[in-house]
Design a protein around this ligand. Structure first.
Ligand SMILES: Nc1ncnc2c1ncn2[C@@H]1O[C@H](COP(=O)(O)OP(=O)(O)OP(=O)(O)O)[C@@H](O)[C@H]1O
Ligand SMILES: O=C(O)c1ccc[n+]([C@@H]2O[C@H](COP(=O)([O-])O)[C@@H](O)[C@H]2O)c1
Length: 204
């Protein structure tokens, strides 16, 4: 039985922190693979800044030399954005029926699920396992104990403190490109070059 982590994000663009957190979690939780799952541009709660194809191509470039990393375009291929993580996890548990599947996320998302902001949040928590990475300023145990949705299902949460609060956000990189800055060392070289070649994240 393999252990598989599903890492969902907009990856707009993928950054070195996405890669570093994926490899840290992979090692610490003995995952056989981490699946990078970009969300669809049809998502209603967040607007994407470049086409799905660009976000997808950059993920492929970023993970090309790591045999434990894979990308999956399941959410990008959904007809409409009726998708949510509950349905996505159902899909992956069906795709890997003999394996153990985890959803990987930062503690900021634990706060959102606990506050009831996710679709079918209670079912999601009841029926799935999560690897939750600490983020500065968030007390994960307190978040769980204070949320009725989370506290009665807390055996599904594997809490990880990466030991280093490295923060590189996609929005910071986008802003740097838009303002003529130099975010070169915050993302893989080939992704940086892809952005330059395709004139992405430029000022309007
Ligand atoms: N430094 C970090 N430590 C732990 N988890 C992180 C870190 N950065 C991002 N994550 C997690 O990665 C996932 C994807 O986050 P997201 O795509 O919003 O990243 P982002 O780079 O902050 O994007 P944006 O700036 O566009 O909002 C979420 O689960 C988030 O909690
Ligand atoms: O299922 C939901 O209701 C839901 C609400 C917000 C975010 N998510 C998922 O959480 C992951 C990270 O989201 P975000 O906002 O950090 O890009 C991504 O895989 C999203 O599809 C899921």
């Amino acid at each position: 039985m393999a252990r598989i982590g599903i890492y969902g994000s907009s990856f707009d663009p993928i950054t070195n922190v996405h890669l570093w957190t994926a490899s840290t979690v992979g090692r610490r939780c003995r995952l056989d693979k981490v699946v990078f799952l970009p969300c669809s541009h049809k998502r209603r709660d967040k607007e994407m800044n470049v086409a799905d194809s660009h976000r997808w191509n950059m993920i492929l470039l970023a993970i090309e030399n790591n045999e434990n990393f894979e990308a999956d375009d399941y959410e990008m291929n959904q007809e409409a954005w009726n998708a949510n993580t509950y349905e996505t996890m159902k899909h992956f548990k069906e795709k890997y029926p003999n394996d153990e599947v985890f959803f990987i996320m930062g503690a900021d998302l634990l706060v959102d699920i606990g506050a009831g902001k996710w679709q079918r949040g209670e079912d999601l928590v009841k029926e799935n396992k999560f690897i939750v990475m600490a983020r500065d300023g968030i007390d994960m145990l307190k978040v769980i104990s204070k949320s009725p949705i989370l506290r009665n299902n807390d055996e599904g949460f594997h809490l990880i403190d990466k030991g280093l609060a490295m923060e590189i956000s996609s929005s910071y990189i986008r802003d740097e490109f838009a303002m003529g800055g130099e975010p070169r060392y915050l993302l893989p070289d080939n992704c940086y070059q892809y952005i330059i070649d395709n004139l992405l994240y430029q000022r309007e």
